[in-house]
Design a protein around this ligand. Structure first.
Ligand code: ADP
Ligand code: ADP
Length: 228
């Protein structure tokens, strides 16, 4: 599903954030991308979202080299991706329901589908009873669940999470992880950048470890400790 071939990223200030990355991720995988602060995790995520372009190399998503996409083709790429960030990024003046519905309105879904799917996805993340709350009336964990609901409501093939538990306490983080595993179980490929060692070690999933912009480890059922 995803292939990076000799991908390098150097920012304008000269910092080399990623060096010669060669990886392949198959449909249905759950993959952690780990490493210390500055290792290149966010850059990795930004390249997949095409928020940044690599300095050299190719990035294939579903056999299409996204480095060659025209500007007008980018919305179609993103339509297949859900994204979750550390800081939730909800719209403060919209309710839980409206935040999730908005993601469907943007892709011009019918009112009928919106009315059907928003309650379904809110049920899945355990927020059926908070549909009319505003983000500032929710705990951090609840806000992240809204953000997850919004990310998956259009049924993307790929869910990309950048430090999704970074602002949450350990128990709340595990709740979020269980929702992510369920989403993955239903067929969505999940890529999660994190430095939450305890979560990665418990998960026994594939772990790609970055250090100073290089992949130093790529293991099935890996652990964070392998970094050392
Ligand atoms: P991580 O997410 O693992 O903390 P990043 O991908 O954010 O790593 O950063 C990798 C390296 O690239 C760091 O040295 C960081 O300072 C640098 N970097 C990140 N974004 C930019 C940018 N927009 N401009 C210049 N340097 C950047
Ligand atoms: P946490 O301790 O996890 O940060 P909070 O104390 O913020 O959680 O919230 C606890 C519960 O109360 C949550 O379910 C949240 O939705 C609800 N809540 C918090 N503030 C409000 C509010 N202003 N109006 C309605 N419900 C609220």
């Amino acid at each position: 599903m995803i292939q990076m071939l000799q991908v390098c990223k150097q920012y304008k200030n000269g910092v080399i954030a990623l060096k010669n990355i060669n990886i392949e991720i198959n449909t249905g995988e759950f993959v952690f991308v780990v490493g210390a602060s500055g290792a290149g995790k966010s850059t990795f995520v930004k390249l997949l979202l095409k928020e940044e372009n690599p300095t050299s190399g190719k990035i294939f998503i579903n056999n299409k080299d996204i480095t060659q996409l025209k500007q007008r083709e980018i919305p179609y790429l993103r339509r297949n991706m859900g994204v979750v960030f550390q800081d939730f990024r909800l719209l403060p003046n919209k309710t839980v329901y409206e935040n999730v519905a908005f993601a469907m309105e943007i892709v011009e879904e019918s009112i009928k589908n919106i009315k059907k799917q928003v309650p379904e996805v809110l049920e899945m993340v355990g927020l059926a009873d908070k549909q009319n709350h505003y983000p500032n009336q929710l705990s951090g964990g609840e806000q992240q669940r809204v953000s997850l609901a919004r990310a998956i409501v259009n049924k993307p093939q790929l869910l990309i999470c950048d430090e999704p538990t970074g602002n949450l306490d350990p128990d709340t983080s595990m709740d979020i992880m269980h929702i992510l595993y369920e989403i993955n179980h239903k067929g969505t490929t999940v890529i999660m950048a994190t430095h939450a060692k305890n979560i990665v070690d418990l998960a026994k999933r594939r772990v790609i470890t970055l250090r100073d912009g290089e992949v130093i480890n790529d293991q099935e059922k890996g652990g964070y400790s392998l970094e050392d």
